[in-house]
Design a protein around this ligand. Structure first.
Ligand code: 48F
Length: 259
């Protein structure tokens, strides 16, 4: 007779490996489940693309949860509210064209929307390298985040993708790896990661969206990763630019994949 213990364990193992197996060859691999990566994942999955999102932390959501200085409210400006309306996240009008959003509802809403649209989210998985073949970024090298954190000598596994989106936030990790290890020059003012400039909210919000683009064949950037790669200003706890960047990244990738 099968015991409850055996059934529960087999359910988890079988379903996890089904999920992993069906996401080894992707249309789009997204690194980092911050706001820009989650919006991009949701939009691309809703457009019928095979999408997986790899997040190093246990909880997806990136910098959303903490609002500003751990006060869990974030501010979103008018042009980005359409994204939140699509996700049925509640917004509360403030003054000057701004609205506030409960940070926990925003994080939960972004995660739920991406998952519900069909994007697979692999949490506690770290991206430690890229696949670089025929002069394009062609996939990701992944490992369990605790393995990386404990510096265990364990070889990783690989997923292939037609497009890779760096949504890793401030460190722009995937873009950095591509420049360093593949020795490529990317579409930024210096050909590499320029780095973040000091706080200037208005400029930072604008440059986040402007610098959301394909940096090299197969490699796209969104959110703070895009902003930092191109040398944009810091903007702090205003999130409209991140949401619009995710939407723009999804649209650019979808167009390129369908061309
Ligand atoms: O930084 P993050 O929230 O990404 P974002 O979409 O949004 C930025 C805002 O949160 C905030 C802001 C600017 O002041 O408005 O900073 O640009 O989330 C990035 C996620 O990527 C994960 C990291 O744990 C975080 O949750 N991440 C980073 N490197 C890796 C990674 C990696 N190598 N592998 C997997 N996940």
């Amino acid at each position: 007779m099968t015991t409850m213990e055996e059934t529960i364990t087999r359910a988890i193992v079988e379903r996890y490996f089904d999920k992993l197996r069906s996401h080894l060859r992707l249309d789009v691999a997204i690194v980092g489940a911050g706001p820009s990566g989650l919006v991009a994942a949701r939009d691309l999955a809703a457009a019928g693309k095979r999408v997986a999102l790899f997040e190093r932390k246990l909880a997806p959501g990136g910098g959303v949860w903490g609002g500003g200085m751990l006060m869990n409210e974030v501010v979103v400006q008018e042009p980005a509210l359409a994204v939140l309306r699509d996700l049925q996240v509640d917004t509360h009008p403030f003054e000057g064209g701004y609205a506030t959003v409960d940070a926990v509802q925003l994080a939960a809403g972004l995660i739920f929307a991406a998952s519900k649209a069909g994007a697979a989210i692999f949490n506690a998985v770290s991206v430690e390298d890229i696949v670089f073949q025929n002069d394009r970024v062609a996939g990701l090298v992944v490992n369990w985040a605790p393995v990386q954190r404990l510096e265990m000598h364990v070889d990783p596994l690989v997923v292939t993708a037609r497009a890779v989106l760096d949504g890793t936030g401030h460190p722009a990790e995937v873009i950095g790896m591509a420049c360093r290890k593949a020795g490529i020059r990317i579409d930024t003012p210096t050909g590499g990661v320029v780095g973040e400039r000091p706080m200037w909210m208005e400029r930072g919000e604008q440059s986040t969206v402007e610098s959301t683009k394909q940096l090299y064949p197969g490699l796209y950037a969104s959110g703070m990763a895009a902003n930092n790669a191109s040398g944009g200003a810091r903007m702090g706890p205003i999130f409209g630019g991140m949401l619009l960047s995710g939407r723009k990244a999804a649209e650019l990738i979808r167009r390129d994949l369908d061309a």
